[in-house]
Design a protein. Structure first.
Length: 64
């Protein structure tokens, strides 16, 4: 099993909606919840990993 930020991660097309929802949720969390600098850095890192993951998802539907 690979993590979302790993280069070996090959996402399925069906994962795109979940990844977009997760990214929006983290952004909302950053805006609404007071966080320490360390917590902000972690959340920002998660958004960056999700952005890379979303870019890997093919635009054309494939057989999942």
């Amino acid at each position: 099993m690979v993590c979302i930020g790993c280069d070996f991660s090959l996402p399925k097309t069906s994962a795109k909606a979940m990844a977009l929802e997760s990214r929006a949720s983290i952004r909302r969390y950053l805006e609404e919840v007071p966080l320490t600098p360390d917590e902000q850095a972690i959340a920002t890192g998660d958004i960056e990993k999700l952005d890379v993951f979303i870019c890997k998802i093919p635009d054309k539907p494939t057989t999942d």
